[in-house]
Design a protein around this ligand. Structure first.
Ligand code: ATP
Ligand code: PRP
Ligand code: MG
Length: 279
């Protein structure tokens, strides 16, 4: 059985569970379950703290895990990224009260609060800056106001936590993070199927099916404007001057594409959701 680590709580847990469910796996029914076996799919899920997942997978105790790129790098684990999962996006940034710092070099000798000392320490070392890291468990945005640090380095998503704490981002982007599938050995039986299933879910979330009818005379323009994922399917219609076209497009921006096709003379432009995919 493939042994899979899944976040048991926190920012990634809900979407990770939803994705696995959409990929056809049996999830946990009770949020207190620690282990769930899914023999029909040949997998076993271990619900763990997101921060610990890279440690379990890196040690070989578990085969693969869903976690954040930032948590993977912070852990120093042997595990590596197998696939990006298209959710849990965040950036990792330095922040301080407005005007306190404007660039990285000014962090020399100052105190930086973070719950990701591995990630931040490695970044500072690579940049040739020597600072004192103050290791906190979370809510690091309060560290400056409470006087235990001069700056913070933390996960930023919408930026509202920083704003509420009166802090502003400065300096370079430390990391762009995403939820990722991690492992040590991609040849373990079952991993390739898991990856294909998860990628199928990512595709089904990000792409839609677009159907439209277009005059044959405009077909080249329309397919050049909307080439789709691979190549559009073109089918004859009863009226020989028209054809039907089917193409996959990104969900984001689909209304703009529909407007453009309409302007080119396409009609009966329909969008439908993709429920599952193997590409
Ligand atoms: N507000 C957010 N929006 C999007 N992703 C986030 C957000 N906060 C954290 N993440 C991502 O989620 C992961 C961290 O998850 P989480 O915050 O649940 O773990 P933690 O901070 O170690 O645990 P906890 O917050 O429960 O102490 C990281 O990969 C991070 O990039
Ligand atoms: O930019 P925002 O959308 O405001 O999100 C960023 C906040 O979310 C995370 O906190 P989390 O809820 O994980 O709490 P923690 O600090 O205790 O880990 C992160 O550590 C930031 O504090
Ligand atoms: Mg957190």
């Amino acid at each position: 059985m493939l042994r899979i680590a899944v976040p048991n709580k926190g920012a990634l847990s809900e979407t990770a569970a939803q994705m696995l469910w959409e990929a056809g796996y049996t999830g946990r029914k009770d949020p207190r379950d620690l282990v769930v076996s899914d023999p029909a799919n040949g997998v076993e899920f271990f619900y763990l703290r997101p921060r610990d997942i890279a440690t379990y997978v890196g040690s070989g105790a578990l085969d693969v895990g869903l976690t954040g790129r930032d948590l993977l790098l912070d852990s120093g684990s042997e595990a590596h990224e197998i696939a990006a999962l298209g959710f849990g996006g965040s950036t990792f940034r330095f922040a301080a009260p407005a005007g306190a710092f404007s660039e990285l070099a000014e962090l020399e000798g100052v105190r930086i609060a973070t719950s990701y000392p591995g990630l931040v320490g490695e970044f500072l070392a690579r940049s040739g800056v020597s600072a004192t890291l103050v290791k906190l468990d979370g809510a690091v945005e309060s560290a400056v106001q409470l006087g235990v640090a001069d700056a913070v380095a933390d996960v930023v998503s919408t930026g509202s936590t920083l704003r509420k704490a009166g802090l502003e981002i400065f300096g370079p982007v430390i990391l762009e993070s995403d939820a990722v599938l991690i492992g040590t050995d991609e040849t373990i039986p079952g991993i390739a199927t898991l990856v294909r299933r998860l990628q199928g879910v990512v595709v089904a979330r990000d792409w839609v099916l677009l159907d439209y009818d277009v005059p044959v005379a405009e077909l080249e323009h329309a397919t050049a404007a909307v080439p789709g994922f691979e190549s559009p399917t073109v089918s004859p219609l009863h009226d020989p001057e028209w054809v039907a076209v089917r193409v996959m497009i990104k969900r984001k921006g689909m209304n703009r594409v529909m407007d453009d096709l309409y302007a080119l003379g396409a009609r009966a432009i329909l969008v439908s959701a993709i429920h599952a995919a193997r590409l």
